[in-house]
Design a protein around this ligand. Structure first.
Ligand SMILES: Cc1cc2nc3c(=O)[nH]c(=O)nc-3n(C[C@H](O)[C@H](O)[C@H](O)COP(=O)(O)OP(=O)(O)OC[C@H]3O[C@@H](n4cnc5c(N)ncnc54)[C@H](O)[C@@H]3O)c2cc1C
Length: 329
């Protein structure tokens, strides 16, 4: 492991000033639970690491007039245990509560969870120069693909590992990116970009930017949500397939719906075919399974992950029914 400079900025302005002073390979750090692993495994070699956790105000969770605002340095445990989040955004509460172990939830931050790198075994192997690391191909395409993507692969078939990301996309949240010249606000859905845009990155964060906070619009009457995650081991595992659902409903009638999956694509993946099939309809077990099957029919599995197509159908069906049948917040 190469030595690196370690900085503990006291403000976001100090962090931005360091980021913009021209040192190459400056990495931002939240809890370090992903970044330090990447450094130790030789996947990245920073010249400097900026620890954002000590920046005052960056870890707050506050309810404003129209939105709940979560600072990038808030821990996953803070999100899982926050009473406002549990009441207003069940999908986010449920997603945060099933991330890994209590220790990782205490160390890991929201910003780090949303910017973490894929867990693909080829990407995480320093001896393999895959497309994501600047090589010419994705080794999963013709190689071992049990945990890989069934949508939007091609240049890279890794899956995005975050549980918070699909929940936030489904809830219509926005992300605030701070640069020295000001901030830009994007829907979380547009923060992520598929490999065809840039195979080396999963998001559109620019070099001089810091993810500052996430803003989730407060629910309107009839808004409900849920998160369902399938893991292979009993606990502490990444999603094989997960589904976050936000629904605006009156009884069983769906006015509007968003269904966003984890574990199936290189970015959080919206199942628009299922959303279109359910929008404006009365839901039943049969109509939801048919809608989920429609979305699953668009999957392009690799040689070892065809099982994910069937899993997707059942996880999505469970998540939609769980959201529709949930009590109003
Ligand atoms: C055994 C194990 C099991 C896990 N299981 C799950 C799971 O089930 N579900 C799940 O979602 N995750 C899981 N994870 C991943 C874990 O949740 C992430 O490692 C964690 O959320 C990252 O947060 P962090 O603050 O430690 O990020 P860091 O490691 O500090 O950073 C991660 C990345 O984000 C960047 N970054 C951090 N903060 C910012 C910011 N504010 N602005 C811009 N960039 C930033 C860093 O530069 C780095 O590239 C697991 C990890 C392990 C080791």
């Amino acid at each position: 492991m190469k030595n690196f400079e370690y900085g503990k900025p006291a403000s976001i302005e100090q962090a931005l000033a360091f980021l913009n002073k021209g040192t190459p390979d400056v990495f931002l750090m939240g809890g370090g639970t992903d970044l330090l692993g990447e450094i130790k495994e030789g996947i990245v070699a920073p010249a400097a690491v900026l620890d954002l956790k000590a920046i005052p105000g960056l870890a707050g969770i506050k309810k404003e007039k129209d939105a709940l605002v979560i600072g990038a340095a808030a821990s996953i445990a803070d999100v899982a245990e926050n009473a406002d989040i549990a009441g207003l955004f069940p999908a986010l509460h449920q997603a945060a509560g099933v991330i890994s172990s209590p220790q990782l939830r205490i160390m890991g931050t929201v910003g780090g969870n949303l910017c973490q790198r894929p867990r693909c075994w080829y990407y995480r192997d320093a001896s393999v120069l895959c497309a994501k690391k600047g090589g010419s191909k994705c080794y999963a395409e013709k190689g071992r693909s049990k945990y890989h993507a069934i949508f939007a692969g091609g240049f890279c078939w890794s899956v995005y590992p975050s549980d918070l990301a699909p929940a936030l996309v489904a809830l219509g949240a926005q992300i605030v990116l701070q640069a020295a010249g000001g901030e830009r606000i994007l829907p979380v859905a547009r923060f992520y970009a598929p490999p065809i845009v840039n195979v080396r990155k999963e998001n559109v964060l620019a070099g001089g930017e810091i993810l500052k906070e996430v803003r989730i619009p407060l629910p309107k009457p009839g808004d409900k949500s849920a998160y369902v995650k399938f893991i292979e081991r009993g606990a502490w595992d990444f999603a094989v397939v997960s589904a976050a659902v936000w629904v605006s409903a009156a009884g069983n009638s769906v006015r509007d719906i968003r269904i966003v999956c984890g574990g199936v694509a290189p970015i959080p993946w919206a199942l628009t075919a299922a959303e279109d099939a359910l929008r404006g309809s009365r839901v039943s077990q049969i109509s939801v399974s048919r809608a989920a099957a429609k979305a699953a029919a668009q999957a392009v599995p690799l040689s070892e992950n065809g099982y994910k197509v069937y899993l997707l159908e059942s996880i999505v069906t469970d998540a939609v029914l769980k959201a529709v049948r949930a009590p109003h917040s």
